[in-house]
Design a protein around this ligand. Sequence first.
Ligand SMILES: N[C@@H](CCC(=O)N[C@@H](CS)C(=O)NCC(=O)O)C(=O)O
Length: 208
Amino acid sequence: MFEHCSLCFRVRMTAALKRRHLQETVVLDDDTATMVSLVGKRVIPILVKDDGTAMLESMEMVRYVDNLGGPVLTGGERPEIAAWAARIVSKTAPLTMPRYPLLGLPEFATVAALDHYNLRKRKTFGDFVELRADTRRYVAELLPDLEDLDRLIESPLAINGTLSLDDVRVLPLLRSLGVVKGFRLPQKVRDYFESMMNRIGYQPLPAV
Ligand SMILES: N[C@@H](CCC(=O)N[C@@H](CS)C(=O)NCC(=O)O)C(=O)O
């Protein structure tokens, strides 16, 4: 996993909700060899099961972990939540991608790993300094979406009232947005984020 990876956090939060031990191993951003040795390509997250076989898809990992023992993600899903999560990802990237390398995260522990991330992601997302300089604009563009989410949240302990895959779709995205210093979430979104993070026992990412 990478600490900054929201897809990884889907699996981590599911294990935490179930109070199941998940051995978390962070790879350096430039350690493609470890990923290739496990699953034949560069991809994160990878879940290695107790029998040694590896899984590749985060939502499959979530379902697999949830079905060990009694499931906890038992609530119904709402298509508007999945739609919200799908449309928000590309709008959060200009805020989150240029901040991750500033946070002292373990996947960037060597200068080679940090440069590997910076070079590759700049090609995809653009110049990081420019992106950060446009923070106000990107935040303003996101606020209506967060107001939409505020109206969709049914409980601070489960987005649909009972824990479901929709929580796994949304909470990791809010955790990622938490890297933007001073970003004020609407009240119900903030309550949801704080109570869910408390429940699973993870600290938010640092904010810059
Ligand atoms: N369908 C996969 C998608 C995995 C995926 O897109 N992972 C990205 C990170 S978010 C990745 O491996 N990127 C490689 C990289 O950052 O170089 C899943 O949900 O697990």
